[in-house]
Design a protein around this ligand. Structure first.
Ligand code: 5GP
Length: 234
C-alpha cells in the first residue's frame, strides 16, 4: 500500500490517501508539542514506539469487541487505518486525579477516584479543547444521542480492558484521551493510544512514564517511552 496525497498534518501524525478510498496511512512523527503547541520538541523514535504500541493496543481492543480504525502496521512509522470522519470530541477517562482535573478542581495529583470519570472536551485547539457536557454536544450537533451512547459504552469498556492490561505490565493507567470517528454509519475508535495520550505511572514507584516527562521537563523522556514499549511487548 502506497502513500498518495497528504490530507492532514497534525501535531504528532500525518495522514495520506491510498489507492483504496476507504483506507488511509497514518504516519507517526517524533514531534512532540504541549500546552496547545506553545511548547515544541522532538522525542527520538517516539513515532516508531507509538506506532508499535498503538498496533498492540488496538489489536487487544479489537479482540475484546471494540471496533477500531486499525487495519495493520505497515512499517516502523506507518499504520494502515480506515478513513473515518472524526467526531470533534476528545474523550478523557480518568481513574486517578492528575493534570487537567487536578487544576480544574484544585485537587492533589494521585487521589484515586471512587469511580472512573468520563469527560467530553470539544476538540478545538483555539479554545484549548474546553470541557463540555452531553447537552452542549447534542445542542450544538457535535454528535447524536446514539453516538454519545456508543462512545460512552466503548470508552468505559476500553478503560476496563486497558487498566487490567497495563496493570499486568506493572503500570497504573491514570487517565487517557480517546478520539472516535464515523465509519460506514458506525462509531469506531480512531487516533492512537500511546504514552502521548495516556498517563502511565510505574505501579510501585509511581514514576511517570508518559508525555508528562516532556510537558514538565522531567528528563529521560525517550527512556520512559522505551520502557513502556519494553514492558508492553514483554
Ligand atoms: P488532561 O486533561 O489532564 O491534560 O489530560 C488527560 C489525559 O488525556 C492525559 O493522559 C493526556 O495525555 C490526554 N490528553 C488530553 N488532551 C490531549 C491532547 O490534546 N493531546 C494528547 N496527546 N493527549 C491529550
Amino acid at each position: 500500500m502506497q502513500k498518495l496525497k497528504q490530507i492532514y498534518e497534525g501535531k504528532a501524525k500525518k495522514l495520506y490517501e491510498t489507492d483504496d478510498q476507504d483506507l488511509l496511512i497514518q504516519e507517526f512523527k517524533d514531534d512532540a508539542t504541549a500546552f496547545d503547541a506553545t511548547k515544541r520538541g522532538t522525542i527520538v523514535n517516539k513515532g516508531v514506539i507509538n506506532n508499535k504500541l498503538s498496533e498492540t493496543i488496538f489489536g487487544l481492543l479489537e479482540k475484546k469487541g471494540i471496533p477500531t480504525h486499525f487495519v495493520k502496521r505497515l512499517n516502523d512509522r506507518d499504520m494502515l487505518v480506515k478513513r473515518v470522519e472524526i467526531v470533534p470530541l476528545e474523550v478523557t477517562m480518568r481513574n486517578i486525579v492528575a493534570g487537567g482535573m487536578a487544576k480544574l478542581l484544585g485537587l492533589e495529583e494521585g487521589i484515586i477516584l471512587k469511580r472512573p470519570v468520563l469527560e467530553w472536551h470539544y476538540k478545538e485547539d483555539k479554545l484549548h479543547d474546553p470541557l463540555i457536557n452531553d447537552d452542549h454536544a447534542l445542542a450544538l450537533g457535535i454528535a447524536t444521542e446514539k453516538e454519545l451512547e456508543a462512545i460512552r459504552k466503548y470508552s468505559v469498556k476500553i478503560n476496563e480492558v486497558l487498566t487490567k492490561f497495563f496493570d499486568s505490565k506493572g503500570l497504573t493507567l491514570v487517565d487517557f484521551k480517546l478520539e472516535f470517528g464515523r465509519y460506514k454509519g458506525k462509531i469506531i475508535l480512531a487516533d492512537e493510544i500511546s504514552p502521548d495520550t495516556c498517563r502511565l505511572w510505574d505501579k510501585t514507584t509511581k514514576e511517570k512514564l508518559d508525555k508528562d516527562r516532556f510537558r514538565r521537563d522531567l528528563g529521560n523522556v525517550e527512556e520512559a517511552y522505551q520502557e513502556v514499549l519494553r514492558r508492553v511487548m514483554a
